[in-house]
Design a protein around this ligand. Structure first.
Ligand SMILES: *[C@@H]1O[C@H](CO)[C@@H](O)[C@H](O)[C@H]1NC(C)=O
Length: 200
């Protein structure tokens, strides 16, 4: 008799845990879908919504539904991409068999990309300096200026490239990489503008 009541107790306890657990899981999955939906909705107002969503959806847990964190994540993703492309181009420009004119176009581009990396890094630093509403407008103004400058540098780089005499394949690869950075930057700027306007 005693044994079966112990078993019944155990079963009750197990069922209870199971209920709490599945409830917790469904709350957290509802939360996750709210977070991804926030990114999708915010991205739909950018110029390159698909790129925006694919580049940012993996940051949903961190971003949750914060326009500030979303803008920050967009800047981080853009900076990472600009850095890695810059490294790739430095490596390419040292490759054997490139004509000096091609190397020149590549070097100019690397320099412009490196300015854009600095500007993006500075913007990320500035975003971290927001202290309530006292300096919000000033900081956001700076951030918008830096990110616009980064975008200009990237466009200069990709324009210079389309005119260069580089062999077709490499030109296409490099140009596409730079266009991706410019599109990421444009999206980040849109998300920054959105965040700024929410507080304006
Ligand atoms: C951006 O990158 C910095 C440095 O890696 C990190 O500390 C921060 O959490 C990131 N911000 C977002 C919103 O992802």
């Amino acid at each position: 008799m005693e044994r079966s009541s112990a078993l019944a107790n155990l079963a009750t306890t197990l069922l209870f845990c199971l209920a709490i657990c599945s409830c917790a899981i469904s709350i957290s999955s509802a939360q996750a879908s709210t977070n991804t939906e926030f990114i999708r909705t915010s991205c739909s107002k950018t110029t390159y919504p698909r790129l925006c969503y694919t580049s940012l959806s993996s940051h949903a847990t961190l971003v949750q539904t914060s326009p500030k964190l979303l803008a920050g994540a967009a800047l981080n993703v853009t900076l990472d991409k600009a850095r890695s492309t810059s490294t790739m181009m430095v490596r390419l420009s040292r490759a054997q068999g490139m004509k000096s004119r091609e190397v020149g176009a590549m070097r100019d581009c690397v320099e412009e990309l490196s300015s854009s990396v600095d500007e993006l890094r500075r913007s990320i630093g500035e975003m971290g300096e927001i202290k309530g509403s006292s300096n919000f407008g000033l900081i956001m103004n700076d951030v918008q200026t830096w990110v616009s400058a980064a975008l200009t540098d990237e466009n200069t780089c990709s324009d210079g490239f389309s005119g260069s005499m580089m062999n077709g394949n490499m030109k296409t690869v490099v140009r596409n990489e730079i266009l991706t950075i410019a599109h990421l930057t444009s999206n980040a700027l849109a998300l920054i503008n959105r965040y700024a306007s929410l507080h304006g």
